[in-house]
Design a protein around this ligand. Structure first.
Ligand SMILES: CC(C)(COP(=O)(O)OP(=O)(O)OC[C@H]1O[C@@H](n2cnc3c(N)ncnc32)[C@H](O)[C@@H]1OP(=O)(O)O)[C@@H](O)C(=O)NCCC(=O)NCCS
Length: 425
């Protein structure tokens, strides 16, 4: 069985998180991803949040699986020549530098098209064209400017950012889709194209339901938000909805047995209308099935705090896993709050490859999140991330056809390595 993207070669000029997320996905699907890094330095994340001194950090290793690493100084004349040769042989160039950085290197879109008209040139930027287009952007900036933070948190508290990296990894996912779409388009057009994803746009896309609510708000209050039941008027923008469910069915996070000492002894519980009668039976309130204050969803809306307090009395008598088991029998939608520790120890996630153990020459064994996308006919394995410049010679020789003498010359002039004199300074 071949890998889905075998034969696709990617010039990976990405760093930090958003770009590497994208190229890692493509590498998992079988693309030959050649990561270009600055000699002697590499992707800044190699050295960030290091848990073991002088060993590539988990930040780096978990975002750069299945890639090859070549070191090239793009500001060195010979270095730029290597890059241009790579542009000629690759199908896709992916980058997420600050706006204008690639142009300043001399790799403008016009130049890239001249070198290789089939090239797909994909970029992540913080913002699209407009007042902020020149800004450098990181994860939380995107969460805040894309509508996520203003709609996350509790009504009486400040805006909150989420733990899921929707700005970085979310944009990387969007970009990966743009790249495979452009690759498909190229099969009949024969031409490459520009693919751009702004982090603000990607977050906004993921916060789509909140833009839905913004427009609903002009026609009346958002009845499924807790504040409606509590009689608190709405302003002119979508408010933070705490743990209310976004789908219109009332939902809350409720305490389970052990919550006093375990910060994750909670369950998400949805009082979905079709299973309301089952909920009443499970929690021991069978009369609520017919009582006019509880039987129908509109009657329950002003009483949600009282209803969830009663349900919580029941969930507090069960562990989150016991509650899940009981509720699932009745198709009552719920989900235990799983800690990272619990997920790391989850055998079923290891069995599907969503969690994987990887061996690394300097780090040893570590756990990583594997490929969450499963293709039935195309295998995808997870291989360790490359050491800095590990494949420089191999790529120069086998991909670009440089001779051994030329490879040595490129090192000497500082195109692929820090010049000895400079390194000593
Ligand atoms: C993430 C970000 C804020 C980091 O900013 P930064 O650390 O200052 O890095 P920059 O992107 O500005 O690039 C730094 C410089 O390194 C240079 N550089 C990168 N690789 C190089 C190489 N191999 N050889 C020589 N120079 C190199 C770039 O050309 C740039 O130089 P210039 O400013 O003189 O043109 C910025 O890259 C950015 O906004 N990216 C787009 C949005 C994004 O992806 N953000 C999320 C990241 S997870």
């Amino acid at each position: 069985m071949g890998k889905a993207l075998e034969g696709v070669r990617i010039l990976d000029f990405t760093h930090v998180q958003s770009g590497p997320t994208c190229t890692q996905l493509l590498a998992w699907f079988g693309a030959d991803v050649i990561k270009v890094e600055r000699p002697g330095v590499g992707d800044i994340t190699r050295g960030q949040l290091q848990d073991i001194p002088k060993v590539d950090s988990l930040y780096f290793t978990m975002l750069n699986h299945n890639k090859r690493s070549i070191t090239i100084d793009s500001k060195n004349k010979k270095g730029l020549e290597i890059l241009e040769r790579l542009v000629k042989t690759c199908d896709v160039l992916v980058e997420n530098f600050a706006p204008g950085a690639l142009d300043r290197m001399g790799l403008t879109w016009e130049r890239i098209q001249e070198l290789n008209p089939r090239m797909i040139y994909a970029s992540v930027k913080g913002f699209g064209p407009g007042p902020y287009e020149d800004c450098k952007v990181y994860e939380n900036v995107a969460q805040c400017t894309g509508g996520s933070a203003s709609t996350t948190g509790f009504r009486d508290g400040p805006p909150l950012v989420t733990g899921a990296q929707i700005g970085d990894s979310g944009t990387g996912l969007h970009l990966a889709l743009g790249i495979v779409t452009a690759l498909f388009h190229r099969t009949h057009s024969g031409k490459g194209q520009r693919v751009t994803c702004a982090m603000q746009d990607s977050v906004l896309n993921l916060a789509r339901v909140k833009m839905r609510d913004q427009q609903r708000l002009t026609h009346g209050p958002l009845t499924e938000y807790s504040q409606y039941g509590e009689g608190i008027p709405f302003g002119d923008a979508v408010p933070r909805a705490g743990n209310d469910s976004g789908g219109g069915q009332p939902g809350r996070i409720l305490k389970c047995k052990g919550w006093e000492t375990d910060p994750n002894a909670y369950i998400y519980f949805i009082t979905q209308a079709p299973v309301w009668e089952a909920i009443c039976d499970v929690i021991g309130e069978p009369e609520w099935k017919t009582h006019p204050d509880y039987a129908k969803p509109p009657a329950r809306l002003p009483r949600l705090n009282q209803i969830f307090a009663r349900i919580e009395q029941w969930t507090m008598t069960k562990t989150k896993f016991e509650a899940m088991e009981i509720l699932n029998k009745y198709d009552i939608p719920c989900g235990p709050i799983l800690s990272m520790k619990e997920l790391a120890e989850d055998k079923s996630l290891l069995a599907t490859g969503t969690m994987v153990e990887v061996d690394h020459p300097t780090r040893g064994k570590y756990l990583s999140v594997g490929n969450p996308v499963k293709l039935s006919a195309s295998p995808s394995d997870v291989r360790r991330s490359p050491l800095l410049g590990e494949h420089t010679e191999e790529i120069l020789r086998d991909v670009l056809g440089y001779t051994a003498e030329e490879v040595t010359e490129l090192k000497t002039v500082g195109a692929t390595e820090v010049r000895k004199k400079e390194a000593a300074e």
